[in-house]
Write a protein that binds this ligand. Structure first.
Ligand code: MN
Length: 480
């Protein structure tokens, strides 16, 4: 169970009675937060900050607790912000500044100086906001009465993003094979990825993975086949080819779980010892939250795992996809996104069918894969590129739509979407921003989620959507 710490600020100027009330209010609020968010996190209250020493002790505890995803802070009274400097210097977790009050309404009939001194977030949170800004600490601010639905929803959003950052900081990514020869956008600075996002990206020899795969037993393959047939429709009669994929998946799962790896990248240029490209094996693993990147794309593998973690518990689909081809009918432009095989099963609008069909690339045997039509609804498309000096996130609003006509000869799963605000601005913006052909599409996450992730990780973000104009594109073209 994850922990979200709650730290309340005050000072010892007001006397014990005031501090007792601050502590009592903080406990009552903590109990309320646990009622609201108990499924996701345990909210734990730390001692009220009354001086620099208590602040240092609290924020050290936050930083050193490995189960902690973040900290929520609020100034019940005025809390002189120099008391917070050294504690904040110790903070290594996402920070939410909750700008609220213990009381919703002003007690107009009874308010006196004592009440006003006790309940002065309007005063204390401004002092605190200054020091966060002065220290350039990336953080989120949520303002409003803490019991209000909109405030609770935004705290929940912080929890989802902080959980994803926590996951990111612990993420290990396996690269089987290197980056695909000559491909630029899939490559990147793995040292910087680890410094900024925590991703431990390491290379593993394909031969070592194949050795694990070759030790998979018939009984293990039987169990995996039972999983496949319970979830999917077996369309093919070539069961041997599906069993080959089942063997790959069991082997991959073993290899990764032994090493605590939760995302992987492969490349079809380096699959010695595989008879088929991993198809259903990769698709079914993605369905369990395992990140995947083809062509050696470690960034999209890691980012897909992180965004799947962010979307956990929300309705909708999240997963890796590749931009493929367009329908350019004027005014009705659509994109068809897919991959050679590895389309996440999360995107299935129909029960996936297992089929074995030829693949015109890679020089291997016909691979088994899951085929289905994609989900519909509003969504986002997110990618990450390495600009040399920094990483850049690009987030485009899209609308996933039903494919207008059947595609009986296309032997892969696919999704289709409409760009916003329209085809030309949407795709021109993506190209100007340097957006990759690999991305994560989600109908569970929003631009605001990605913006918060970008802010808390200090990542550049370019957004494209209904608010993007030709003037925006002109400015975008000038960004260095
Ligand atoms: Mn690709």
């Amino acid at each position: 169970m994850y922990t979200l710490y709650f730290v309340v600020g005050s000072q010892d100027l007001y006397g014990d009675e005031c501090l007792r009330q601050v502590a009592a209010d903080a406990q009552r609020m903590t109990a309320f937060f646990n009622e609201q968010f108990g499924k996701d996190v345990q909210v734990k209250l730390l001692p009220t900050v009354v001086n620099s020493a208590t602040c240092i002790a609290d924020l050290r505890q936050v930083s050193c607790d490995d189960d902690c995803i973040g900290v929520m802070t609020w100034m019940h009274t005025f809390s002189p912000a120099k008391m917070w400097i050294k504690g904040l210097q110790e903070l290594r977790k996402p920070l939410l500044h909750l700008h609220t009050q213990a009381n919703e309404k002003l007690p107009y009939d009874s308010i006196d100086m004592d009440f006003m001194n006790l309940n002065q977030a309007a005063h204390g949170d401004r002092e605190y906001g200054f020091i966060l800004s002065r220290m350039r600490i990336p953080h989120q601010v949520v303002a409003g009465y803490y019991e209000h639905k909109d405030v609770l929803e935004r705290i929940k959003q912080f929890i989802d993003v902080a959980r994803a950052i926590h996951f990111s900081k612990h993420l290990k990514v396996a690269s089987f094979g290197n980056n695909m020869r000559e491909v630029a956008v899939t490559d990147g600075d793995r040292v910087e990825s680890q410094i900024r996002y925590g991703w431990e990206c390491n290379y593993f020899a394909v031969g070592d993975l194949v050795a694990t795969i070759n030790k998979v037993t018939e009984a293990e393959i039987d169990a995996k086949m039972a999983e496949y047939t319970s979830k999917y429709t077996m369309k093919t009669s070539n069961v041997a080819a599906v069993r080959e994929q089942a063997k790959y998946e069991v082997g991959l799962e073993k290899f990764m779980s032994l090493r605590g790896i939760q995302a992987f990248a492969d490349t079809f240029q380096d699959l010695h010892g595989f008879k088929q490209l991993p198809g259903i094996a990769a698709q079914n693993l993605m369905g369990k939250g395992i990140g995947f990147g083809p062509e050696g794309d470690y960034k999209i593998s890691a980012l897909s795992a992180v965004l799947m973690k962010m979307a956990e518990g929300r309705p909708g689909a999240t997963g890796f996809i590749e931009d493929y081809t367009y329908d350019l009918t004027s005014g009705q432009e659509l994109e068809l996104a897919s991959h050679m095989l590895e389309v996440p099963v999360a995107f299935a609008a129909t029960k996936p069918e297992i089929d074995v069909l030829p693949l015109g690339i890679g020089g291997k045997e016909d691979p088994a894969r899951l085929i289905f039509d994609g989900v519909q609804g509003d969504g986002i498309q997110v990618t990450m590129v390495d600009m040399g000096t920094h990483f850049r996130l690009i987030c485009a609003d899209i609308e996933l739509v039903k494919q207008p006509q059947p595609m009986p000869k296309l032997p892969v799963a696919r999704i289709m979407y409409r760009h916003k605000p329209n085809f030309s601005i949407g795709t021109e913006g993506w190209c100007l921003a340097g957006g990759a052909h690999h991305s994560v599409v989600s109908t569970a996450l929003t631009r605001e989620d990605i913006a918060l992730f970008a802010r808390l990780t200090g990542t550049e973000l370019i957004c494209i959507g209904d608010d993007t104009t030709p003037e925006c594109l002109a400015k975008l073209a000038l960004i260095k």
